[in-house]
Design a protein around this ligand. Sequence first.
Ligand SMILES: Cc1ncc(COP(=O)(O)O)c(C=O)c1O
Length: 394
Amino acid sequence: MIGDNIKFRSGEVLTKRFDTKTVHFQENDGEKNKSKAKPIYQTSSFAFNDLNDMEEYFQGGKDHLYTRYSNPNTDDLGYGVAQLEGAPAGLATSSGMSAILVGVLSIASPGDHMIVPLDLYGGTYSLFQQEIQEWGLQVTVVDFKDHKNIEEAIQSNTKLLYAESVTNPLLRQENIEALTKFARNHELHAMIDNTFPSPYLIQPFTDGADLVVHSATKYIGGHSDVSAGVLVGTEELIAKAKKKMINIGANLSPFEAWLGCRGLKTLSLRMAKQSENAEKLARWFKKNTGATVVYYPENLSEKGNGAMVSVDLGDDYDIYSFFESLGWIKIVPTLAGVETTVSYPLNTSHRTVPVEIRQQLGITPGTARISVGIEDSEDIIEQFSKALEHAKKS
Ligand SMILES: Cc1ncc(COP(=O)(O)O)c(C=O)c1O
């Protein structure tokens, strides 16, 4: 357990507070030219002086052999997020989806069983329903709001509980401490998708999760210019996941990893401003509009409640007119960039989720998911005010 220190692989221990870690997680790897920014190791492979030199890699004496196995930039991203989550090990992968896949496969094998909640990102739902089950892993979907449902779903071959810390798109907060305690009491592993709050707001590993996964495409990268995933957790599980990643070929490219690391350095600044703006926007929606429901977490963390706000505009507004009137606010099927954007979960992120589950969760034709950016909050509110005015049914 790393605790509050940045402990480099060389053994050097640097400092301890969160914001400092976000900018000092990269190890100085002794580059001859001492560049201030870490170089991009844009190489598919590493070279060796002779066969003994190469053998040293396999004996653990050298860090890198082949970029599909590891690379200084991908190591940095995995290790950087691990530092922020308080986990001893981390792994960067090609996407959030592949990080979820190798994480699950490090815990459960064909014939094993896992229990997952109703409210999952649609892509994760499809991975579990369409791929994982085809490979012989059993998956049961239950409502996690009541742990009794989970208890009833446990079988002799159950290995894993999987959940999102703050759910996509309706922002339900999972009680991580209670869930991981429940998992431990039943000798199950707990794996948490912490994409929405990012480690800035919540650190599920320190609350007892065995593995924590991020779509680093979102707040870790933060600029909508990289597709990446990060998995952090115990040394043992990350070593297993890394083996899967290598065999599947789900590695991240050095440049994407480098972009992810650059994004990570401003995580605290971005999340603080985005959460502040989101808080104001959520309050504004609640007070000043007839929006039927505003979804925004409460008491998520001392640092804020996150940068996502979802609204259900109900029957009083025409959702198509609302989306047409967003002006400079882009409509995108993603989230977490520095710009405010809006998505329509019904036919993007949750398109593959069965209608009954969507209805049970409350993902309706009037649901819009807002990812709040770092702009001036007055401008954000002004634009949503215009959009609602235009969309109001007479
Ligand atoms: C909560 C959550 N987890 C995982 C993913 C998948 O990440 P990626 O698109 O980087 O594969 C997403 C994507 O939107 C997500 O919202």
